[in-house]
Ligand binder design. Structure first.
Ligand code: GDP
Ligand code: GDP
Length: 437
């Protein structure tokens, strides 16, 4: 279910990203650790006193050719649009600046709870200056030193205290899905086209801004879907909506709340680096994934090879997503769009599939018989049994004599055998090896 969202805002150099990293801790994802991917994160998970939340560093959403003040204002708007609680960061070294006052005014006019953090209070003597910041009209200023990790407890207490009560109670059976992708691939158009073809049952009312942009509909066969957090229903035209960092942030938000995500590519423009970045997050999050190639109508000279060629290209560029089905659609002509809900339903079923242990072990034993386990230094890998310990994504524990002996290639072989025996298309599956004497 959706975690509350906390956004960090403030003018440059007050220490937003230092504070962000401090709160997010050390959890660096694999995708971000691969070369070619920007290291500075703008979105991360945080936890305090058992409360989980998502954290956005709005300072990372750069609008390169905009004046500084416009940028700061836009970042504050992002925070207001996206967050449940805003941490407004100022710094003790500069005191209250004009830019701080401008941001404060924007935040004040919104109805979002704001926690004011006065950063760079590295030593206690400076604490008395903190009271100056009451003049911003945003309540009690919390002195912190992000570099030294001082004051974090009080700050985070204040943050989680302001979380909305209703965030986790939206239990429903509908399949949550979303369209993610870089700007202009056609996400909004897909949203509108899908809604146009189905019966919209509720435009959500309650609670946070975020709930308000989920829309539910039923298909002709009665399956209920919830389209999560999509750009399509919101008004367009804000400057930041067309930046890649913002697209990435939205994608991560949508991934968190979805059972299945549709990674949208643009047939007209082909595959870009940012597409891989976005898809990588979907894969890592472990949700169901469908690759949707939109704007298929724009390829005029199609023959029987066009689709195969495009498929091969996708398989080559998104190797970690080999399990994801690919569908070629057009939001404009509606080509194949009516197949999409069914495909989402199928992937969702695979994502939640549970395999009986006895059936699983038959598959494992057959796999071992066909391709004996490897040996190393005269010691043979023994596989005792396997069992599924979780769904969404399906996760299997394999008990072995020595996990070190299970090499990546043999593990992948087992995974492939499991995939051949059971239909898990659209979902990652996780294999965990565990020692049993
Ligand atoms: P941002 O532009 O708001 O994201 O600011 P950064 O996090 O990049 O920090 C700007 C500068 O302030 C960097 O040189 C940081 O090392 C420094 N800084 C951040 N937090 C603190 C702090 O608590 N105390 C001190 N003395 N410096 C800090
Ligand atoms: P988003 O930024 O990903 O939400 O993309 P939009 O839905 O706003 O679409 C960007 C542009 O692509 C708009 O001008 C759309 O009219 C156009 N577009 C979207 N889908 C299609 C399609 O299937 N075919 C064609 N030819 N154009 C499309």
């Amino acid at each position: 279910m959706a975690n509350p969202v906390v956004a960090v805002v403030g003018r440059p150099n007050v220490g937003k990203s230092t504070l962000f990293n401090r709160i997010a801790g050390e959890r660096i994802s694999i995708v971000e650790d691969t070369p070619g991917v920007t290291r500075d994160r703008i979105y991360a998970h945080g936890e305090w006193l058992g409360k989980h939340f998502n954290l956005i560093d709005t300072g990372g959403i750069e609008l390169s050719d905009q004046p500084l003040l416009t940028q700061i204002r836009e970042q504050a708007e992002v925070a207001i649009d996206e967050a449940d609680v805003i941490i407004f960061v100022v710094d003790i070294e500069n005191g209250v600046t004009d830019a701080d006052e401008q941001v404060a005014r924007i935040l004040y006019r919104s109805d979002k709870p704001v926690v004011l953090a006065v950063n760079k209070v590295d030593n206690p003597e400076r604490r008395s200056d903190v009271y100056d910041f009451y003049s911003l009209g945003l309540g009690e200023p919390y002195p912190v030193s992000s570099v030294h990790g001082v004051g974090m407890g009080d700050l985070l207490d204040a943050v989680i205290h302001r979380f909305p009560d209703n965030v986790a109670n939206e239990e429903d059976d509908s399949i949550h899905f979303s369209f993610i992708g870089r700007p202009n691939v056609g996400k909004s158009s897909l949203v509108n086209a899908i809604l146009g073809q189905n019966r919209v049952i509720v435009s959500n009312v309650a609670g946070t801004t975020r709930d308000a942009i989920n829309t539910s509909f039923t298909t002709a066969d009665g399956q209920e879907f919830t389209m999560v957090d999509t750009a399509g229903i919101r008004k367009k035209g804000k400057i930041y909506e067309n930046t890649e960092r913002y697209a990435l942030m939205r994608a991560m938000r949508a991934i968190d709340d979805s059972d299945v995500v549709c990674v949208v590519l643009n047939a007209e423009e082909g595959i870009r680096e940012i597409d891989k970045h976005i898809a990588g997050y979907a894969h890592e999050a472990g949700c169901g994934v469908i690759i949707v190639v939109n704007k298929w109508d724009t390829l005029k000279e199609k023959d029987h090879r066009t689709m195969t060629d495009f498929t091969n290209l996708i398989r080559q560029e998104f190797q970690y997503l080999s399990y994801a089905p690919i569908i070629f659609v057009s939001a404009k002509t509606k080509q194949r769009l009516n197949q999409l809900p069914g495909l989402i339903e199928e992937v969702n079923a695979h994502h939640k599939r549970r395999i009986q242990s006895s059936v699983l072990n038959n598959v494992l034993m057959d796999a071992i018989a066909a391709n004996p386990t490897p040996t190393q230094n005269g010691k043979r890998l023994r596989i005792y049994y396997g069992t599924q310990v979780a769904t969404a994504p399906p996760t299997f524990v394999i008990f072995v004599n020595d996990p070190e002996l299970m090499h990546f290639s043999y593990q992948r072989y087992l995974e492939n055998q499991i995939r051949q025996a059971f239909d898990f298309s659209g979902t990652p599956i996780h294999l965990i090896k565990r020692q049993r004497q």
